[in-house]
Design a protein around this ligand. Structure first.
Ligand code: F6P
Length: 342
């Protein structure tokens, strides 16, 4: 059996550990052969791949990024017959199954291909932790560690200068990184897309921390918009899938806080720093287990499914359970953290 692996969408610490886990289990237990497609679906459509023997994955589990490269390319854009091209290419190169490692967009594409007869399984990936049907995604823990360390640093310089520090972290439609890193760093207010908040509310938490002699720390998820902001408060370009390219909400908020409260304020956008670097031990283990379990899915012929974390177990769920349904921060987690604000 020959298996093609691809990584698609934004990169994420732990991708290499998934690839290594899959190749090691596949070669050692089943004697499968592997190829790696370059840059996600683009490689599948353009037959751009290389052979992936065991020696190619040696030592990569602890390295960030992806040895396969990735892209946000949409195989169906300008190509109505994307499924047929994929099937033809697989047949031509005798590829029996695909492992697609990616987030919502990748799994959506994988599902579309599966419905047209492509034997494909998935491994969920996103630093944002916004995929339903899995408790946590690998990469999230690493991003939270990086963000927490950065917030600790911002608190220090904020304390020295008696400033309000506004830090922006990733999180398009959900605020998991903001919630966890903000809680870990003792933020005075956390703004997440799921929980609308007015600028006055944000300022009142900032003022209360300031009045207690603290240098206020505001953590804001990139996808947050204040409840009372007008339509034109933020403007974002769109990517190939028509999704906004976020970035800048902290830069917009800091001067408003400064103006309203008279507290000198600075904005920091952590951006892609959260996605680079080595995965934490937790993410390496989770990613390796997911990669190995993807091989079990293929061995059992359970295509159209992805592997997922439930508690401490790896389970199998249909693609359709994971896509189009971002996993929001539950109300109970918000009520819990709100007690700590101000
Ligand atoms: O993959 C999710 C994510 O990290 C988002 O949090 C962020 O908005 C986006 O990717 C950035 O994407 P890109 O790498 O294409 O700029």
């Amino acid at each position: 059996m020959k298996i093609g692996i691809l990584t698609s969408g934004g990169d994420c610490p732990g991708l290499n550990a998934v690839i290594r886990g899959a190749v090691l289990k596949g070669t050692m237990v089943h004697e499968y052969d592997f190829i790696g497609y370059r840059d996600g679906w683009r490689g599948v459509i353009e037959n751009d791949f290389f052979h992936l023997p065991r020696k190619k994955v040696r030592g990569i589990g602890r390295i960030g990024g992806t040895i396969l490269g990735t892209s946000r390319s949409n195989p169906f854009k300008g190509n109505e017959h994307g499924e047929e091209v994929v099937l033809q290419n697989m047949e031509q190169h005798e590829v029996d199954a695909l492992i697609a490692i990616g987030g919502d967009g990748t799994l959506y594409t994988a599902n579309r291909l599966f419905e047209k007869g492509v034997p494909v399984v998935g491994v969920p990936k996103t630093v944002d932790n916004d995929l339903d049907a899995t408790d946590y995604t690998f990469g999230f823990n690493t991003a939270v560690e990086i963000a927490t360390e950065s917030l600790d640093r911002l608190r220090m310089t904020g304390d020295s200068h008696h400033r309000c520090m506004v830090a922006e972290v990733m999180g398009r439609s959900v605020g998991w990184i903001a919630l966890h890193a903000g809680m870990a760093a003792g933020a005075h207010v956390i703004c997440i897309p799921e929980q609308p908040m007015t600028i006055d509310e944000i300022c009142s938490y900032v003022e209360s921390a300031w009045n207690r002699g603290r240098a206020p720390l505001v953590v804001v998820a990139e996808g947050f918009v204040p409840k009372d902001a007008g339509k034109d408060f933020m403007h974002y370009d769109l990517d190939e899938f028509g999704r906004p390219r976020f970035g800048g909400i902290a830069t917009a908020l800091a001067p408003i806080i400064e103006e309203r409260l008279g507290i000198e304020s600075r904005a920091t956008v952590l951006g892609h720093i959260q996605r680079g670097g080595e995965p934490t031990g937790y993410d390496r283990v989770l990613a390796t287990r997911l990669g190995m379990s993807a091989i079990d899915l293929i061995f059992d012929g359970e295509f159209g499914k992805m592997v997922a974390l439930r508690g401490t177990d790896i389970v199998r769920v249909p693609f359709t359970d994971a896509i189009d349904n971002p996993k929001a921060v539950p109300q109970s987690r918000w009520d819990e953290v709100k007690v700590l604000f101000g």
